[in-house]
Design a protein around this ligand. Sequence first.
Ligand code: ATP
Length: 157
Amino acid sequence: ETCLAKETIQTTVSNFQMLYPDFVFNLDDDDLDHSVQIKMYRNHFEQILIILMDNAVKYSRDRKEVIISASKSYQSVDVMIQDFGEGISEEEIEKVFNRFYRVDKARARHTGGNGLGLSIAQQLIENYHGTINVKSHVDLGTAFYLSIPYVTEKTTN
Ligand code: ATP
């Protein structure tokens, strides 16, 4: 149940680029070595990335740009997915991981969804002892931060 982090991220990003050619997906993964494996089933990692990138696209406005960065820290691979869209207010941000929660239910909106994506992403990542966090500013954009334990190399001696 491990997967190559860099390859999985690159595949997911290039799939999104094909689906949304008018968006710019800016991937910064130079600091992440190809050989780094995270302790997560590949399909699950992909699903988390898809949920976050799908939201980034859905909640962007004029500025159709998504920044994805990936790097290795002390015990984990850290991934950030940032958009420059509508953002989330302070009083709503703590609720976005709740099941069926959607920020502006009352307002008419064109984006579909059930409010399940983020709760699924959070559940998945916590099953693997990873973390998911969010920072956002209304009208400026949103960044989600993932942290997933990686497989440490076994040394023979
Ligand atoms: P779905 O079930 O299809 O994922 P959803 O996008 O409504 O639908 P979540 O992914 O759980 O559900 O997100 C919950 C709410 O958090 C969204 O309705 C939206 O209001 C807010 N949200 C999530 N991601 C972003 C983002 N990148 N920018 C702004 N708001 C966001």
